[in-house]
Design a binder for this molecule. Structure first.
Ligand code: SF4
Ligand code: SF4
Ligand code: SF4
Length: 466
């Protein structure tokens, strides 16, 4: 399968199945388009056929000479011979295996506090309460969750635990006690816990920072960008903005971690479709690791992204991509997670085909110890999978999630971005289509655009290094 597009003056050809990226000239671009029109897979032999040459002449002889076309077809044939263009899809056959494979639990998202000191307008957790009562996780529940993870992780050594909320710092002592318990247990069981804290920063102080720097592999800092943008969406319960209080603490924390192993995570909404300015604002504040994700909300919400917003959003991604190349050239580059793409190897096959692992390798645990496929499903009773006392009591839910991969969905099977996106977010699919086996089209359009931009950035910087 071939995907070709022009961006920032580069003509880019992606051979989807091999992952090879080619930056080509005008004639190369046109010849490949013409060949792709005939078939998405070619061999050295098929390119020698009369029909191919006739089609090239018919379509392109007005634009290019016969000699130029001949030369370009030879170049294309070399790439086909080298397995870099018009390659076969070798993965489709593995999709069944991925579905059948035995999985172990590798990660837990601990809902340490279903409570929050902010009142963000788009909060999917309903200001931390998740369709339910306010609650804090007890040490006992957290301990059982870590025991469950150890017992269900097979031979896997590294185990991920995300302290999540609401706002986990509202239950800080339990976080610290669970880290201590985890450190004790990992020695006994030959495991290693990688802890992450996701926080809104309101309660961040020197003591928290010191602990986090000693124990947490990663910290996710929630902030939406410019002061007016952040304060509109992320106010305190009394309506006052949170930016002034939080930003200096986040800057200090990021510096204390040498600008590594953390990221500032924002959400953009219909209220700030010019979100490239918010990413640039993060960079101007000195942050080096960041992401800004589109909000997911019902169309009836005034802040929700609508289909008609997509052209503006695409322009913003284009602007941001160009800006990042410029900053890189100046030696002031930064990482924007949605443009980080591994063109060399990428994740393992199962991950490339089936994505985030929710419901199988990754579970969310509520304050009272119930298991859900991930934080987005918490409170939806049909997705209640079990609990810390009884383990997974509804394995059929895990099976359903395991069966979800890029080949089980028609739209993904034909999507050029499938190996980077891995089939999208099952929670969004459920929210918009009532099934985890579909895709949320607006998110797909944005994902495809981000993949195009990410490839363009890599191609542009690689060209310069030549
Ligand atoms: S900080 Fe997080 S949990 Fe709290 S209101 Fe905002 S989005 Fe919701
Ligand atoms: S972008 Fe959409 S269609 Fe493409 S792989 Fe991802 S979820 Fe599937
Ligand atoms: S289903 Fe969606 S929200 Fe849940 S972990 Fe996967 S990508 Fe994230």
């Amino acid at each position: 399968m071939i995907h070709q597009y022009e961006n920032n003056g580069y003509r880019i050809v992606l051979d989807v199945n091999s992952g090879c990226v080619h930056v080509v000239d005008g004639i190369g671009y046109d010849v490949i388009a013409c060949l792709a029109d005939i078939s998405q897979e070619h061999t050295e032999e098929s390119l020698k056929s009369e029909g191919i040459w006739e089609k090239l002449l018919k379509e392109l002889k007005e634009k290019y000479s016969e000699e130029e076309l001949k030369e370009t077809l030879d170049d294309v044939t070399e790439l086909v011979k080298a397995g870099q263009l018009f390659t076969k899809d070798l993965y489709e056959g593995f999709a069944g295996e991925v579905k059948k494979r035995k999985t172990v639990v590798k990660a837990l998202c601990l809902h340490i506090a279903h409570d929050c000191n902010l009142a963000c307008k788009y909060c999917f957790a309903e200001e931390g309460e998740y369709h339910g009562r306010r609650a804090l996780m007890s040490f006992d529940v957290g301990k059982k969750a870590l025991d469950f993870l150890i017992a269900n992780s097979g031979s896997r050594r590294n185990l991920e635990v995300d302290f999540f909320g609401g706002e986990p710092l509202m239950n800080w002592q339990v976080v610290k006690d669970l880290v201590a318990y985890g450190r004790e247990q990992e020695k006994l069981h030959g495991k290693h816990f990688r802890f992450t804290l996701t926080t809104n920063g309101v309660l961040l102080n020197d003591e928290v920072q010191e602990f986090v720097n000693k124990e947490m592999d990663n910290v996710v800092l929630s902030l939406d960008g410019r002061k007016e943008v952040n304060d509109y969406m992320r106010p305190f319960r009394n309506g006052k903005g949170s930016y002034e209080l939080i930003v200096p603490k986040f800057q200090k924390l990021a510096d204390s971690r040498n600008q590594e192993k953390y990221y500032v995570r924002g959400t953009f909404t219909r209220k700030n479709l010019d979100f490239s300015k918010d990413v640039i604002h993060f960079a101007d504040l000195g942050f080096k690791q960041m992401s800004i994700e589109p909000v997911v909300g019902e169309e009836s919400e005034e802040y929700a992204i609508r289909k008609e917003d997509l052209p503006v959003i695409f322009e913003e991604y284009d602007k941001l991509a160009k800006y990042m190349i410029e900053r890189e050239r100046q030696g002031k580059g930064f990482n924007f997670f949605h443009f980080m793409i591994d063109l060399e190897g990428g994740p393992c096959l199962a991950k490339r085909l089936s994505g985030c692992g929710s419901g199988t390798e990754y579970l969310a645990v509520t304050p009272w110890g119930d298991f859900y496929p991930c934080h987005q499903f918490v409170g939806e009773e049909e997705f209640l999978m079990g609990n810390v006392d009884e383990g997974v009591t509804h394995p059929e839910i895990a099976d359903d999630f395991r069966g979800c991969n890029v080949y089980s969905k028609e739209k993904c099977r034909n999507c050029f971005a499938r190996f980077y996106c891995s089939g999208g977010c099952m929670a969004n699919s459920h929210k918009f289509h009532g099934s985890i086996h579909d895709t949320y089209d607006i998110a797909c359009d944005m994902e495809q655009k981000r993949v195009e931009c990410a490839i363009m950035i890599k191609a542009a910087l690689a060209e310069e290094r030549k």
